[in-house]
Design a binder for this molecule. Structure first.
Ligand code: NAD
Length: 502
């Protein structure tokens, strides 16, 4: 919904110049023009931001050929050179920190504070995997065959297709690029068509620090075809994907023919269980944060607030009070605590879910709509008010499906015997939170909850050294995990070498 009103906030001169560029693909160490392009918009205004290259199958072939060539050299590279390269990328990103933040705010509808956290963690990720690059090694395995030594070596898997989601564009790209490069792989990065700009800025840095030609490539494309062609390309050895469960399923079908490795980090519908003896203020603060952070467009958003009957009124009242104080606005406005959703169609989807909730007998206690369109600053953007829905039953669609918006659904419960099954009664299993005054009871419940991460008396803590992955339809740990030393293994294959010493 474009508006004729001028945006109240203008990008900096540096970012303005970046947006006005004729962008090119980055492949084989060169910037390559394309004949067609597509628009990316600022979701806070609905206005076009930049024209982005639309890669073709020919561009994809060229990128894969370049990546294969680069891989053959990089897999033999000295670990020390991998340490240095990742360190240089981290330093280059640090020196362009503000620019990355601003571009991410404009393209992804983030708040400045949110984008700062993302860029900071992306730099930390590069630094962390630089530290690992010369410490990865295989083993000599004890065996009972006389005179034989068995060695298990780890080799880089090859050319990796890195497909990040729209909600953490630069962060998720770096989550994939850094461990892959650290162990000796080459990468083709394909950002979401909704948020391609920080990946293109990252390509500049690769050129600036002289990443070997073809080792890291960035291809942008307008629809799902480029991602699908990338997944199916015979020259691609592995796919590392983060996005919707439905897309993950389609990728799994596509990799089956090539019997390729893939890691899948998918959607979530995460419970926060609030026990009768919980510190209600702490539970409310975490629940309010997870409802509004990145407008609820977070895989670990705790959108199922399972609150014990005896404290549900107090909890809900305090949650409504905290969320109603939030200011919505453009992310470049330092006072804005919440920005827009990523696209018009996604905004309509979220509003549709809120409508469904009342059909199911629940009550919208806060928000539930777009902010007043009379507000010039918000009229063109894809904003939805922070929303609290009370009295939700565990089986309602809003309690079962990933809404991916600023919507907290309060589900009251009463029986301790049933709370684990209520918490588990969704198809996802990404994360969960438990707030309780009794740590033993919380740990007993944590053992029962089928999720990749459980936070107790806190929520959404992350560290680059601590691995993260989902269960069930969130990507079952069998399809890999990100972060920590475990991520390195995803980009490696093992080989056993027997040596006769007799
Ligand atoms: P999406 O699935 O729509 O898109 C993700 C990426 O896949 C994009 O780059 C897209 O262009 C590409 N793509 C689309 N169709 C494809 C195909 N057939 N083959 C190959 N690539 C294809 O996801 P999104 O809406 O951008 O991201 C939000 C989703 O990501 C949410 O469900 C969220 O929960 C999930 N997510 C999960 C994690 C996690 O760690 N588990 C982290 C962040 C986001």
């Amino acid at each position: 919904m474009p508006t004729s009103n001028p945006p109240l906030i203008q990008p900096s001169e540096k970012v303005r110049r970046f947006l006005d560029r004729r962008f090119k693909l980055y492949l084989g160490g060169e910037f390559t023009a394309t004949s067609s392009s597509f628009e990316t918009v600022d979701p806070a205004t609905g206005r076009p931001l930049a024209e982005v290259p639309d890669a073709t199958a020919v561009d994809l072939d060229a990128a894969v050929t370049a990546a294969r060539r680069a891989f053959e050299r990089w897999r033999r590279s000295a670990p020390r050179s991998r340490v240095e390269l990742l360190g240089e990328l981290a330093a280059a990103m640090r020196s362009h920190f503000d620019e990355f933040v601003e571009i991410e705010v404009l393209d992804g509808g983030k708040t400045t504070e949110g984008a700062r956290l993302d860029v900071d963690l992306a730099i930390e990720t590069l630094r962390y995997y630089a530290g690992w690059a010369d410490k990865v090694h295989g083993d000599v395995v004890p065996n009972s065959v006389p005179g034989m030594t068995a060695m298990r070596v780890r080799e880089p898997i090859g050319v990796v297709a890195a497909i990040p989601p729209s909600n953490f564009p630069i962060l998720e790209l770096v989550y994939k690029v850094a461990p892959a490069i650290a162990v000796g792989c080459a990468v083709i990065g394909k950002p979401s068509p909704l948020t391609p700009l920080t990946a293109l800025r990252f390509a500049d840095l690769c050129a600036e620090v002289q990443v070997p030609a073809g080792l890291i490539n960035v291809l942008t494309g307008s629809g799902s075809a480029l991602g699908q062609d990338l997944v199916r390309h015979p020259g691609v050895d592995m796919i590392t994907f983060t996005g919707q469960t439905e897309t993950g399923r389609s990728i799994l079908r596509d990799v089956a023919d090539g019997v390729k490795k893939c890691t899948l980090e998918l959607g979530g519908k995460n419970p926060i269980v609030v026990m009768a003896d919980a510190d209600i203020d702490a539970a409310v603060t975490s629940s309010a944060f997870t409802t509004m952070y990145n407008q609820g467009q977070v895989c670990v958003a705790g959108s199922r607030l399972l609150v014990h009957d005896s404290v549900v009124d107090e909890f809900t009242e305090k949650l409504v009070s905290q969320l109603s104080a939030l200011r919505i606005g453009h992310g470049l406005d330092p006072d804005a605590a919440m920005g827009p959703l990523i696209s018009q169609s996604h905004m309509e989807r979220v509003l549709g879910y809120i409508g469904l909730a009342t059909d199911d007998g629940a009550e919208v206690l806060l928000g539930g709509q777009r902010p007043s369109l009379a507000d010039e600053a918000l009229a063109g953007g894809y904003f939805v008010e922070p929303t609290v829905i009370g009295g939700v039953s565990p089986g309602a669609r809003v309690a079962q499906e990933e809404i991916f918006g600023p919507v907290g659904c309060v589900v009251p419960w009463s029986s301790s015997e049933e709370i684990a099954s209520i918490a588990n009664d969704v198809e996802y299993g990404l994360a969960a939170g438990i707030f309780s005054g009794d740590v033993n009871a919380a740990l007993r419940l944590a053992a029962e909850i089928d999720a990749g991460t459980v936070w107790v008396n806190t929520y959404a803590q992350f560290d680059v050294g601590v691995s993260f992955g989902g269960h069930k339809m969130s990507g079952l740990t069998g399809f890999g995990s990100e972060l920590g030393s475990e991520a390195l293994e995803q980009y490696q294959k093992s080989k056993t070498i027997w040596l006769n010493l007799e």
